[in-house]
Design a protein around this ligand. Structure first.
Ligand code: SF4
Length: 82
């Protein structure tokens, strides 16, 4: 069984390519009505890129993957930056 089909695997069990692909697929599977508009998504990630709490894709304030958090229409930055 490939890692993509394993619903009980931890991300740390994936190789790096599978890990990144899994995150992207999760974002793509987010229903359109729940997803942030592309321009809002970009603005959010631009804000994260300039934030000193961003480390290797993870927000040190909340532990989330910022690309996942920013993709959701209802998500907010824990520090109110977006
Ligand atoms: S979610 Fe907020 S606190 Fe976290 S990295 Fe992005 S801007 Fe910074």
């Amino acid at each position: 069984m490939s890692a993509r089909r394993c619903l009980r695997c931890l991300l740390r069990e994936f190789d790096e390519d599978t890990y990144i692909r899994t995150l992207k697929e999760h974002i793509e599977r987010t229903p359109a009505g729940d997803r942030a508009a592309p321009e809002i998504y970009k603005t959010r990630l631009d804000t994260c890129k300039s934030c000193d709490r961003l480390e290797r894709g993870t927000c040190l304030a909340c532990g989330c993957y910022v690309e996942l958090r920013a993709a959701s229409r209802r998500s907010r930055c824990p520090y109110g930056k977006w």
